[in-house]
Design a protein around this ligand. Structure first.
Ligand code: GLY
Length: 434
C-alpha cells in the first residue's frame, strides 16, 4: 500500500516538474529573444555585452524573492548560469565567426581573424586592468596594440625561451601583479608563444585563487595547439611541465597577420603540431601537407587544427582519456628536447618523436613531409640523457610509459610500454634514418 502511495506522490511530483519545465522552456525562449534585442542595441551603441553592475543588480533583486536560504543559494547559482549562457548567446549572435569551446568547466570563444589584434576590445573585456605577459622575442608592437585598447595595461616582458617556464619567473610575475594592484576582477593576457601562454595562464590561475585569462598566441605552434585547452605549467627540477593547472582561457584571440614576423623555422615548428593532429585524426588534412603546391591558406590550417583540438578538449578537458592522444610524438619529443639542450625547438622534437610511433608505411609518408617543411627526421643526441628525461616524465607509472601509436593515417592507439621498449623505439629511429 505504502509503496503504491509513494509511487502516486512520485508521479504527481514528476508531473509538476514536467509542467514547470515546459513553462520554463517557453520563458527561456522569451528571455533569450529579449537578450538578443539587448545585444543588437549594445552593438549599435558600442557597448560591451557584459554589464557587471547590471548583472549584480539582477542577481540581488531576484535572489531576494526566494525566502528559503538554502533554495536562495541554489537559485543564485541557477541565475548566474543563466546569465552566463545569455552572454554566450549574445556574443555568438554578434560574432557568428567565433569558434566556441564548450569545455566541462565552461565555454569560451576562439576569435580567429586576420586583423583580430586591432579589434581585441570587441571580443575581450578590456575595461579593467590587464596584465599583459609577453617575451623579448615577440615584437613589442603586438603587446602595445592590445595595451592601447585596455582601460589600464601593465606589460611584463620575460626572457625568450623555455627557461622562462620556471618557478622563479612565475614568482616575479605574481609579485609584479601584486605591485600593480591587480584585483580579482582584473585579468591576465598572454601575447606570445607556448612558453608565455603556459606561464601567464599559470599565474592567472594562481593569483587571488584564479582570475580571468586571455590567450593571444603569436606563434603558429601556439595558434594550432597550446593556446586552446587550458593547460598551464612551469618546469621544475628538470621535469617538463611538472607544476601546472588546468585553467581555461576566457577567450583566445588569433590574428594570423602576426605570423608575418615569425621566422621560417618557427613556422615549421608550429607545422609539426598541426601534422600531429593530421596524422592522428585527419588523413585529408595530411594529404594537404603532401601537396607540392603547399598546404593552402594558413588561416584554414589553423581553423582545421582548432576544430580537432576543440573536439578533443570538449570530450576530455582534464586528459583522463581521449586528450592523451595529443601527446602523440611528445613522449620521445620531451626526452629529445632535454637531450638537445636548446638546439632543437619543441615542434622539431615532436616531429622526430612521432616517427618511431608509426608503422613503416605511415613513417614513409611522414618523412618526405617533414623534409619538405624543414623539420628533422634524424638528430644526434645522447640517448641516455633523453631516456633519463623520459623516465621522469609525468606519464610514467608502475615503470610503464604510455605512448600513442599510429597504425594507419587518421587512427591511433594507446599502448603502455617499458622503458627498454621505448629505448628500442628511440634507437630504431636513429639507426633506420642514419
Ligand atoms: N598540447 C597538448 C594538450 O593540450 O593536451
Amino acid at each position: 500500500m505504502r509503496g503504491a502511495y509513494g509511487m502516486d506522490k512520485l508521479s504527481a511530483a514528476r508531473a509538476v516538474i514536467d509542467r514547470i519545465d515546459a513553462e520554463m522552456a517557453r520563458l527561456f525562449e522569451h528571455r533569450m529573444t529579449a537578450a538578443a534585442e539587448i545585444a543588437a542595441w549594445k552593438q549599435a551603441n558600442g557597448r560591451p555585452v557584459r554589464d557587471s553592475a547590471r548583472e549584480r543588480e539582477v542577481l540581488d533583486r531576484n535572489s531576494a524573492r526566494i525566502s528559503d536560504p538554502v533554495l536562495r543559494t541554489h537559485y543564485t547559482a541557477f541565475l548566474e548560469g543563466l546569465m552566463a549562457e545569455s552572454r554566450l548567446y549574445q556574443q555568438s549572435l554578434l560574432h557568428p565567426e567565433l569558434l566556441w569551446v564548450r569545455a566541462a568547466s565552461g565555454a569560451y570563444p576562439i576569435y580567429l581573424c586576420s586583423g583580430a589584434l586591432r579589434e581585441a576590445g570587441d571580443v575581450l573585456e578590456l575595461d579593467r586592468t590587464v596584465f599583459i605577459v609577453t617575451d623579448k622575442g615577440v615584437p613589442a608592437s603586438y603587446a602595445d596594440a592590445l595595451a592601447a585598447q585596455c582601460r589600464r595595461a601593465v606589460v611584463h616582458t620575460v626572457p625568450q625561451g623555455e627557461g622562462s617556464k620556471a618557478p622563479a619567473v612565475l614568482e616575479t610575475l605574481l609579485e609584479a601583479m601584486l605591485r600593480a594592484g591587480m584585483t580579482r576582477s582584473d585579468c591576465v593576457a598572454a601575447v606570445g608563444g607556448g612558453v608565455v601562454g603556459d606561464l601567464a595562464g599559470l599565474a592567472a590561475s594562481l593569483y587571488m585563487r584564479g582570475i580571468d585569462f586571455y590567450n593571444v598566441p603569436t606563434t603558429l605552434l601556439s595558434m594550432v595547439d597550446s593556446s586552446v585547452g587550458g593547460k598551464t605549467a612551469v618546469n621544475l627540477g628538470g621535469v617538463k611541465n611538472a607544476v601546472g593547472t588546468f585553467w581555461q582561457p576566457k577567450a583566445v584571440l588569433i590574428d594570423p597577420d602576426v605570423l608575418k614576423t615569425l621566422s621560417a623555422r618557427h613556422v615549421s615548428n608550429g607545422l609539426a603540431e598541426a601534422l600531429k593532429m593530421a596524422v592522428t585524426h585527419d588523413p585529408a588534412l595530411f594529404a594537404r601537407f603532401e601537396n607540392s603546391a603547399g598546404y593552402g591558406p594558413v588561416e584554414d590550417l589553423i581553423a582545421a587544427c582548432l576544430r580537432m583540438k576543440r573536439a578533443v578538449v570538449e570530450a576530455d578537458e582534464r586528459e583522463r582519456g581521449l586528450r592523451r592522444v595529443l601527446n602523440f610524438g611528445h613522449t620521445l619529443g620531451h626526452g629529445l628536447e632535454a637531450a638537445a639542450e636548446g638546439r632543437l625547438l619543441h615542434g622539431e622534437c615532436v616531429a622526430l618523436g612521432m616517427l618511431p610511433m608509426c608503422t613503416p608505411g605511415v613513417r614513409a609518408r611522414i618523412i618526405p613531409v617533414l623534409e619538405r617543411y624543414g623539420l628533422p627526421v634524424r638528430a644526434n643526441f645522447d640517448v641516455d640523457t633523453a631516456m633519463r628525461a623520459i623516465s621522469h616524465d609525468k606519464k610514467s607509472s608502475d615503470g610503464l610509459i604510455e605512448i600513442v601509436t599510429v597504425p594507419e593515417l587518421g587512427r591511433f592507439a594507446f599502448q603502455r610500454v617499458t622503458l627498454s621498449e621505448l629505448r628500442e623505439r628511440l634507437l630504431m629511429c636513429i639507426e633506420e634514418q642514419r
